[in-house]
Design a protein around this ligand. Structure first.
Ligand code: OGA
Ligand code: MN
Length: 303
């Protein structure tokens, strides 16, 4: 059976059908999905409920696994409870290890809310995340969509003057920046040190499609050589431009959906829902290849 792709939005995204992603993949199926990811940036598979084992096996077909923000959670002083047998399977839910819904005051709820700020998963580390794969297990009756925007499209839509002005800028990303913005500041020194900030070029070339793109989001906190206030305003302006409603795909979840996105070039965010109502998704994530040459500053590239 041939894999089929049906566009989800005029700019990017497709629904993939004609493949059972719970079965082991042939090499040519992995290639077909990689090719489609490079074109569409977001792929949706509907109606295929997966066990954690099946999700991890599928994810591993696309590269090594990313641990991401869990390194902050499990550093000394953090919590250790986890609902899954796999450390690399992120618990994107408002549910605690004892299966009850987390209290409003808990860090679990802060995590849900932090995911509602536009971001790219693990943009705060090198290598960063390549594919995130988010699988819906329990969805709320209202709200809780996940939205996507394409940072390649955003670059293409910038005027030539702005492109020229920002082309060589370097941006610092820090894992806890979005938490601090939400007033969630009570982390131990070990947690703060668990993921040191990294610098990424603001404008990069997507290795999979050869297209230029912005690389911003909730972890971006500073621009090298620029006053903080000016840098943050520029980052906000670029984020507003990137996420203009005409260029956003908003995914309404059904149980058994898997959505895959390319963190190198896409931004995503969760949308609000009743935090007292159960919402359970599981995210597995692959690591990107070691940093592409044009994504490093000249000094780093020749080092
Ligand atoms: C994620 C994420 C948003 C959501 O899983 O990485 O940001 O809607 N999720 O839960
Ligand atoms: Mn995310």
């Amino acid at each position: 059976m041939a894999i089929r792709f049906t566009p989800l939005h005029a700019d990017f995204g497709a629904e993939m059908s004609g493949i059972d992603i719970r079965e082991p993949l042939a090499a040519e199926q992995v290639r077909a999905i990689d090719d489609a990811m490079n074109t569409y940036g977001v792929l949706l598979v509907r109606g295929q409920p997966m066990t954690p084992d099946q999700q991890m096996a599928f994810t591993r077909s696309f590269g090594p696994l990313d641990l991401g923000f869990r390194r902050v959670k499990t550093a000394p002083g953090g919590d250790t409870g986890h609902r899954f047998a796999y450390a690399e399977l992120a618990d994107i839910s408002n549910v605690q290890p004892d299966e009850t819904i987390a209290a409003r005051e808990s860090r679990k709820i802060v995590s849900n809310i932090a995911n509602q700020i536009w971001h790219a998963d693990s943009s705060f580390q090198k290598p960063r995340a390549r594919y995130s794969m988010l699988h819906a297990v329990v969805v709320p009756e209202h709200g809780g969509n996940t939205e996507f925007a394409d940072q390649r499209n955003a670059w293409d839509r910038l005027d030539a003057h702005t492109q020229e002005r920002i082309r060589d800028l370097k941006v610092e990303h820090f894992a806890l920046h979005s938490r601090f913005m939400l007033g969630d500041t009570d982390y131990t020194e070990a947690q703060i040190a668990a993921i040191p900030p990294v610098v990424w070029p603001l404008v990069q070339t997507h290795a999979g499609s050869g297209r230029k793109h912005l690389f911003i989001g909730a972890h971006a906190r500073a621009i090298e050589g620029m006053v903080v206030a000016e840098a943050r305003m520029l980052l906000w302006d670029l984020l507003e431009h990137t996420t203009h409603p005409d260029h956003v795909y908003s995914h309404r979840w059904q149980v058994g959906d898997l959505v895959i996105w390319d963190n190198r070039c896409m931004l995503h965010r969760g949308r609000a829902f009743d935090l007292g109502e159960r919402r359970e998704l599981r995210r597995s994530t692959t690591l990107d290849a070691p940093v592409p040459a044009d994504s490093e500053s000249p000094a780093e590239a020749t080092a």
